[in-house]
Design a binder for this molecule. Structure first.
Ligand code: AMP
Length: 548
């Protein structure tokens, strides 16, 4: 028997409609290139989003078109999130900090016809113009007074476009499994891969994310997502905030600047914030050196990389603030696990609680997880056994854009049993807390951004005196991880580490330059002839970078 309940599709536009009706006066405060403190309420935001939907149609965007954004966290990017998806197009957020070749690859692969870019990103687009044959229109996210000079043929001004449009627009209803957003991950080897979110997955993710033991999002809070909106939808904050009416504070391009963040948080009375460990390290250092604190701040969500214990302790002891660590991936929208205490832990000592905060949190409803050994046999949740972490659920990717989604096939991350293979290695405690212990994939995560180890290795072995090279990520107090290059020299040859760095300088992006170079006689290899990075990571377990 079929149920007799309404089958209303889960639409992103429903969040916007709800916010406009129920929280019209809630504020969205932004730092932008053209305004150090822009303010608008959700009512104005909803009106402008409707105008933007009309702009998209006037530019010829059709249902299912990918619309690229290269922008920081601010109200115009928020408007794109809602208008693009709401009108049935796909909001494709792109990280402007990637290598230019990767940016071009991603735009071309997704076939973005229209790009909405921050004024600060225009030099990058100018530099790439020859390499973006399918881009027809570039809209700069600013007003007329701040429009940059450009040599590109079809560059338009966001505010001028908006002004010319009516705010009369009815958000269409369509299948909730329609693609709503897209985000490429470079967290895998090879070319970046496109993760495609749906209206349904985004809504369910936001609903579960707002649960009390997850983020506990509320109208009583003010949130400042430092995590970029080009990085897995700022972990869902743009949706959850409008769903429950949380005041949003968006730091624009100033996200890594301790002083701006502090000023914003203090003056806007921010209660919750989210970002990668590197950001918090910088903020804590700034607060300490300037002898400041953020009285309103209650909770700091940390993810994207393992959170050092010192961050948890410093926020607790110096700022009376709880750090909540979570684990997730671009492919998991990103919510997978989040820290929260369980009944019976109320009497835990501060140290015991900190121990738990150092783990990656426990599974959120909607995500199933398991760990398996080399034979794909499930391992117990005993806090000791560690194996490959797999997840599945309503907001987990089943394939990548343009690649086969046949389970078990080479490009498909999902195995025959329907589990997404995360590439992380983990243990799970009997209470269900996840502990990431390693990564089977070899990319390095530095300050929340991926660095390809293969790219550095390829550059190094181009030196005529270098026989073999391997790169692993090692702990760095500021960046969480930095690349360590391990080199085997050709017989009878020798080089200094400075000479190796000099050689790499014009071949690698600054961020990818190894922080340390080590020389060994032979690299460990696996049975299939691959460099055994697990063994290398063990050998260099306690390695300290010279400058760290
Ligand atoms: P991304 O797709 O860029 O968000 O990166 C996802 C990857 O970041 C995961 O597969 C992990 O390797 C890593 N990661 C995310 N959160 C954490 C965490 N809390 N602790 C350790 N590693 C993490």
């Amino acid at each position: 028997m079929q149920a007799l309940m309404m089958n209303t599709p889960l639409m992103i536009s429903s969040i916007l409609k709800h916010a406009e009706k129920n929280f019209p006066q809630v504020e969205m405060v932004s730092v932008t290139v053209d305004n150090p403190r822009h303010r608008q309420n959700f009512k104005t935001f909803a009106r402008r989003s409707r105008q933007l939907a009309n702009v998209l149609e006037s530019l010829g965007a059709k249902f299912g078109d990918r619309i690229g954004t290269l922008a920081w966290n601010d109200y115009r990017h928020m408007e794109l999130y809602y208008a693009v998806s709401g009108a049935g197009m796909i909001c494709h957020t792109i990280n402007p900090r990637l290598f230019p070749e990767q940016v071009a690859y991603i735009i071309n692969h997704a076939e973005d016809k229209i790009l909405f870019v921050d004024a600060l990103v225009m030099p990058l687009i100018e530099a790439l113009k020859e390499h973006l044959p399918k881009v027809e229109t570039v809209v700069v996210l600013t007003d007329k007074a701040h429009m940059p000079e450009s040599s590109l043929p079809n560059v338009l001004c966001y505010e001028e476009l908006l002004e010319a449009q009516s705010d009369d627009y009815d958000w269409p209803e369509f299948d909730e499994n329609t693609a709503s957003g897209m985000c490429y991950t470079s967290g895998t080897t090879g070319n970046p891969k496109g993760v495609v979110y749906s209206h349904r997955s985004t809504l369910l993710h936001a609903l579960s994310g707002a649960l009390p033991d997850v983020t506990g999002a509320s109208n009583l809070q003010t949130t400042l997502p430092v995590v970029p909106m080009f990085h897995v939808n700022a972990w869902g904050a743009p949706y959850a905030a409008l769903m429950v009416g949380t005041k949003l504070v968006l730091p624009g391009p100033k996200m890594a600047d301790g002083e701006t963040l502090t000023d914003l948080m203090v003056s806007e009375e921010v209660t919750v914030t989210s970002g990668v460990p590197t950001i918090w390290m910088a903020l804590l250092d700034y607060l300490e050196s300037s002898n400041k604190t953020i009285p309103s701040l209650e909770r700091v969500s940390v993810g994207g990389a393992a959170c050092p214990r010192s961050i948890i302790e410093r926020f607790r002891d110096q700022h009376n603030c709880t750090v909540v660590q979570g684990w997730g991936m671009t492919e998991t929208s990103p919510l997978g696990t989040v820290f929260a205490l369980k009944k019976g832990m109320e009497d835990y000592s501060t140290e015991q609680i900190t121990d738990l905060q150092c783990l990656q949190g426990r599974g959120v409803f909607g995500i199933e997880m398991c760990i398996v050994d080399e034979n794909n046999e499930e391992l117990p949740w005993d806090g000791v056994a560690s194996g490959a972490l797999k997840v599945r659920g309503n907001w987990v990717a089943k394939g990548y854009y343009g690649l086969s989604d046949e389970p078990g096939s080479e490009d498909c991350p999902v195995d025959e049993k329907g589990w997404f293979q995360t590439g992380d290695v983990a243990a799970i405690t009997p209470e269900g807390y996840l502990q990431i212990t390693d990564r089977t994939k070899d990319v390095i995560k530095s300050g929340g951004e991926w660095i390809s180890s293969i790219e550095i290795e390829n550059a190094a072995v181009n030196h005529p005196d270098i026989a073999e090279a391997a790169v692993i990520g090692r702990y760095h107090p500021k960046w969480t991880e930095r690349p360590l290059l391990i080199v085997v020299m050709q017989e009878g040859k020798s080089l200094s580490s400075e000479a190796v760095s000099d050689f790499l300088k014009d071949k690698l992006h600054k961020m990818a330059m190894p922080d340390g170079v080590e020389f060994i006689d032979e690299l460990p290899h696996t049975a299939t002839g691959k460099i055994n990075k697990l063994a290398l990571r063990e050998t260099y377990q306690d390695y300290k970078f010279p400058a760290a």
